[in-house]
Design a protein around this ligand. Structure first.
Ligand code: PMP
Ligand code: GLN
Length: 379
């Protein structure tokens, strides 16, 4: 067949995990927890199955789950969301993102992507015949120059994708960032697609959702993932929040992409989400892991970049191995030292090399300590 995505191969996450498994390395590359999710959540799935909740869920998601999501958004962001018309439960954040790109973009349209960017955005844009227009953010702050973004807008620009908190930059938007984004979106009549899957993993300042900004609220689509919030990346359940007119259009595609999402999982998630405050503990839980990993990486001789959010830590490894490029370093570290990491160049379309790799700290303390034990041999 004629490939729509000739440049696309197996993702860096699959490749590094495969390499880690081949070499028995401790896998701090692909982002997923190595600890179990809450036993109550698991019991909720069995209970839902035993109760006979094994047939199709309603197309936009179980009403009880959407109500629980709306209540959580009110508690965490102070925003009032209509669960019936503004929330769609999706097969992970990935499907939510794809649904928005497919609903909004036609051939020849442009979508602005800030790099480093999560790997699914550009291929999903390109699959619509649209063009990803990249803007590179620079280490170590990865701050957005909104004038540069403004300069990249053309009459063909339909949307801007933002990832806040950012994987892999770990940066978090300030109030001024949201204001600048809102001003651009309003002036140029753009949709903002906000990937907020790490909403609860913010260590400095706080998370500001696009949904909480009055100018952005009617022109934003926000994407979330229970994989991050409930330590269950394999469940692939997420949700998409947007104003009713936008959600209507997204649902037209959603119903033909997946129709609906796993029913017993939705029951379990609804019950679990209704328990107060699980999400409030996440930042403290992960901050301790971040600090544990950071202390060991510093002692091992890495130069650490600030980590304001997500469950990733970026390091400059050049004080230890200035002779290797990022991919070579990540592969060498996996094969020879036994710790897998992700080269940050994988998040830039031009593969630029800044001497940076990403470690995931969504791991048991024993796993972090074992990895640090191996990395201590580097000096
Ligand atoms: N966006 C970002 C920034 C991510 O890091 C990830 C996955 N880790 C996703 C989207 C995909 O989420 P999901 O697994 O729910 O599809
Ligand atoms: N989001 C995860 C990461 O950044 C990986 C998800 C995937 O493997 N596609 O590591």
């Amino acid at each position: 067949i004629r490939s729509k995505l000739p440049q696309v191969g197996l993702t860096i996450f699959s490749r590094m995990t495969q390499l880690a498994n081949e070499h028995g390395a401790i896998n701090l590359s692909q982002g997923f927890p190595d600890f179990p999710c809450d036993p109550d959540l698991l019991a909720g799935v069995s209970a839902a199955m035993a109760a006979g909740h094994n047939q199709y869920a309603p197309m936009p998601g179980l009403p009880t789950l959407r109500q629980a999501i709306a209540a959580k958004l009110l508690a965490s962001q102070g925003v009032s969301i209509d669960p019936e018309h503004e929330i769609t439960v999706t097969a992970g954040a990935t499907q939510a993102l794809y649904t928005v790109f497919a609903a909004v973009l036609a051939a020849g349209d442009e979508a602005i992507v800030l790099e480093p960017a999560y790997d699914s955005y550009a291929p999903a844009i390109a699959a619509q015949g649209a063009v990803p227009v990249r803007i590179a953010l620079e280490a170590p702050s990865f701050a957005v120059d909104w004038d540069q973004v403004a300069a990249a807008i053309t009459p063909r620009t339909r949307l801007i994708v933002v990832n806040n908190p950012n994987n892999p930059a770990t940066s978090v938007f300030s109030a001024a960032d949201l204001d600048a984004l809102a001003a651009l979106a309003e002036r140029h009549d753009l949709l903002v697609l906000a990937d907020e899957v790490y909403e609860h993993l913010v260590y400095a300042d706080r998370h500001r959702s696009v949904l909480s900004h009055p100018t952005l609220r009617p022109r934003a689509a926000a994407v979330y993932s229970f994989g991050k919030t409930f330590h269950a990346t394999g469940w692939k359940v997420g949700y998409l929040v947007a104003a009713p007119e936008l959600s209507d259009e997204f649902r037209k595609l959603h119903q033909y992409l997946v129709f609906s999402v796993s029913t017993p999982m939705q029951h379990a998630l609804a019950a679990h989400l209704a328990q107060p405050d699980h999400w409030r503990q996440l930042a403290d839980f992960y901050r301790a892991k971040r600090d544990r990993l950071a202390a060991g990486l510093t002692a091992a001789g890495f130069r650490l970049l600030p980590c304001a959010g997500t469950y990733f830590q970026l390091v400059d490894y050049r004080p230890l191995r200035a002779d290797l490029g990022e991919l070579d370093f990540a592969q060498w570290l996996t094969r020879d030292i036994g710790v897998a990491a992700i080269p940050v160049s994988a998040f830039y379309h031009d593969g630029r090399d800044q001497g940076l790799v990403r470690f995931c700290f969504a791991k048991r303390d024993e796993t972090i300590d074992a990895a640090l034990g191996r990395l201590a041999r580097l000096q």
